[in-house]
Ligand binder design. Structure first.
Ligand code: SAM
Length: 242
């Protein structure tokens, strides 16, 4: 199950999508932290940390952060774990990895989520922050998550989700589709930062609905798959390897 259809204004076919997304984040990497910090009103670290704690991340656990980007999930997890020596980060973009490496002493692996050079049954907890929309195929990627988690291991995916209702959806579009990219450009003076935020919006707008994400977890063999909605626009997806 693809998380969103081909965006013909960006790339021509599914095979071209990873290359397009990689160059987008390579170029946007230096702007990512300030733009995300501003766009979420400085709440990102606290939210990432409390979400990980609420869903059971504890000191001593082996954590895999997939699509780590500049390391925002892993930096928040370090505060919960009490250190970064049990953190492994997976990320395909050189630019994003370069920023993350400056912040963390974690193990870094350059890879997409769909097929990761990692052992079976290796992790207690797996996180993904705001990257679900970039995976090639949800069911296949979730099968890969299932493979690398230990029995009893949990996956937690944070995502922004377009509200179902008309008014909520219009406000969501106004903020993420227009206001946020405009200020990203103003703040950074970078066309690439603006393009990154417009692409965020386009993938959120066309993303499969939450019930399909939960169904993909179930199809990949996970139990206890569910979505916890937050403030009408955020989703916490969680599932357990039996
Ligand atoms: C919006 S950033 C999220 C970064 C970080 N997780 C956070 O919470 O801020 C999305 C990240 O997903 C990465 N990404 C894109 N395609 C991916 C793929 N197929 N597998 C793994 N990561 C991918 C991008 O390079 C980018 O760093």
């Amino acid at each position: 199950m693809v998380p969103h259809p081909v965006l013909a204004n960006r790339y021509a076919c599914p095979e071209e999508r990873p290359g397009y997304v990689k160059q987008l984040f390579d170029h946007g990497a230096e702007h990512y932290d300030p733009v995300v910090g501003w766009g979420f009103f400085g709440t990102g670290n606290l939210y990432r940390k409390t979400a990980q704690s609420r869903h059971g991340l504890k000191p001593g656990m082996q954590l895999l952060d997939v699509a780590c980007g500049t390391g925002l999930m892993a930096v928040a997890a370090r505060e919960v774990l009490g250190g970064d020596d049990t953190i492994t980060c997976v990320e395909p973009s050189d630019g994003m990895l370069a920023v993350a490496r400056k912040k963390l002493k974690a193990r870094f692996i350059q890879s997409g989520a769909e097929s990761m050079p990692l052992d079976d049954n290796a992790f207690d907890f797996l996180t993904v922050g705001y990257a679900l929309r970039h995976f090639a195929d949800l069911e296949a990627t979730f099968r890969e998550f299932h493979r690398v988690l230990k029995p009893g291991g949990r996956v937690l995916i944070l995502e922004a989700t377009r509200p179902a209702g008309k008014i909520g959806s219009a406000l969501f579009k106004l903020y993420f589709g227009i206001v946020y990219p405009f200020f990203a450009r103003l703040l950074t003076r970078s066309h690439k930062a603006e393009e990154m935020m417009v692409y965020f919006w386009e993938t959120m707008d066309t993303c499969v609905r939450p019930e399909s994400v939960v169904a993909a977890f179930q199809a990949a063999g996970f139990t206890e798959a569910r979505r916890i909605p937050l403030m009408g626009i955020f989703s916490e997806y969680t599932a357990v390897k039996a």
